[in-house]
Design a binder for this molecule. Structure first.
Ligand code: AMP
Length: 436
């Protein structure tokens, strides 16, 4: 998962991209980068850290030009050279690429190019695109067409050269990408919250398999690979996307709230209050509370400034890691039977700490409710950890309940999830993470 923003046809393109990346910070905190184009030069800047750490006013002012693309990285390759957009000298027009996703045939392609003597400057899958494009004659559009006909996997991509910007989404539509307008300028972004911040108007989703070319003559849209059955990542609705975004045509907050309502129908509890795990569990908890008629109380409060490593005193503080992020309010919890709602359980360590924390603050009973089905299978597109790290991959709900020490534990069913989405079973979504 990464964040993408591109702007074409605005005198402050880099500044708008910077703001868009700021709105999409939740999609990647490892590093960020922006490449601009003024039609002749393509200045760029990349670095490790949050958007606000990587850029300052002076740097943004140096990124001159009416078009720019940017990227928030979640890469595990913690070196600045692996941050994006990647920039290449390609023909007369230069090339920058920003990529959210991975290619399932990346290792095979890397090996093939390696055997031919190609040198890679990064560990990213993205760089393969540059090699595919460089080996193909023609302009950027033909080169992109060729590269897309070779790579497989889940991706949203932005390309920039001196004269054009290209945005594309994989033929299954696994990753979100939306199109917006701002006066004469075109803007594309992973989520609509980036459009909102800069005051752009949401036009539509970029369609699965669509290649959108933006030049001074306007927008041109075509499809390289014929339509595939769409498999949009359902975890965008569970956890990845910001609740104020429209993803796959729906407001994420309302979807999550509906998951909570359905969860309450499926797994009611005789309790005193509903407590969300902030922030990701809030909409589902609200839906649960509304459906069950129980009051919603913020029994857990989150510190929003926990990005940087903290120095713990020698005398270890009990449950330090959990307390840094969340604090349980005794005044709200003491003597209460609590339904605590979170969006998902991955390794189970957070839930375990939360249950301990709620009990330590006086909760009489703790009933854990999860607004998605058990996450059992590692994502082959790299969105969730490997199966061996997922507690539900080989443990029953009862064993997990025992591990997290809750009085009861229940998950939203997969059918319930589709019912909440008012979709036919599995229609158009990838939900392999819920399969054994
Ligand atoms: P865990 O302690 O590993 O069970 O983490 C559970 C928490 O991680 C939940 O509260 C989710 O909000 C969050 N979460 C869910 N999916 C992911 C993911 N792919 N990467 C990071 N955090 C996640």
């Amino acid at each position: 998962m990464s964040g993408l923003v591109g702007v074409y046809g605005h005198p402050e393109a880099a500044n708008l991209v910077y703001l868009g990346l700021y709105a999409l910070q939740h999609r990647g905190q490892m590093g960020a980068g922006i490449v601009a184009s003024d039609g002749q030069r393509m200045p760029w800047h990349r670095g490790l850290g949050l958007v606000s750490d990587v850029f300052d006013r002076e740097i943004i002012q140096q990124l001159k030009g009416a078009s720019a693309i940017g990227h928030n990285s979640n890469s595990s390759h913690e070196l600045a050279q692996n941050m994006q957009p990647l920039v290449f000298e390609l023909g007369e027009d230069g090339l920058a690429i920003a990529h959210s996703g991975n290619f399932t045939n990346a290792s095979e392609l890397r090996r093939q190019y390696g055997e031919k003597g190609a040198i890679f400057q990064s560990r990213t899958d993205t760089e393969i695109l540059a090699h595919l494009m460089a080996g193909y004659r023609g302009g950027i559009v033909d080169q992109v067409k060729h590269a897309l006909s070779v790579v497989r996997g889940a991706y949203s991509l932005l390309f920039l050269n001196r004269t054009s910007m290209i945005a594309t989404r994989d033929p299954h539509g696994f990753r979100p990408l939306v199109l917006g307008r701002m006066h004469e300028a075109t803007i594309v972004a992973s989520e609509t919250c980036a459009l909102d911040l800069v005051g752009a108007e949401y036009v539509r989703e970029i369609e699965p398999g669509e290649v959108l070319v933006v030049t001074k003559d306007g927008l041109q849209s075509f499809y390289v690979v014929s339509a595939h059955p769409s498999t949009r990542c359902i975890f965008e609705y569970v956890y990845f996307a910001r609740p104020d975004s429209i993803v796959y045509g729906r407001n994420v907050y309302q979807v999550r709230k509906e998951f909570g309502r359905q969860l309450a129908r499926e797994h009611p509890v005789d309790a005193d209050i509903v407590v969300p795990v902030p922030d990701s569990g809030v909409p589902a908890a609200l839906g649960y509370a509304e459906q069950s008629g129980l009051p919603l109380e913020f029994g857990l409060v989150r510190n929003h400034y926990v990005w940087r490593t903290l120095i713990e005193p020698h005398d270890a503080i009990r449950h330090f890691g959990a307390k840094v992020k969340l604090n349980a309010q005794r005044e709200v919890l003491a003597g209460k039977s609590v339904v605590v709602v979170d969006d998902s359980i991955v390794r189970g360590t957070t839930s375990r700490k939360i249950v301990t924390m709620l009990r330590a603050a006086g909760a009489k009973a703790v009933h854990m409710r999860i607004g998605s089905p058990p996450t059992k299978c590692g994502c082959y597109h790299g969105n969730t950890p490997n199966s061996n790290e997922l507690i539900a991959s080989n443990k029953s709900t009862e064993t997990i309940r025992d591990f997290i020490a809750a009085d009861s534990l229940a998950y939203l069913s997969e059918l319930g999830m589709y019912a909440a989405l008012k979709a036919d079973e599995c229609s158009g979504f990838c939900s392999t993470c819920f399969m054994q």
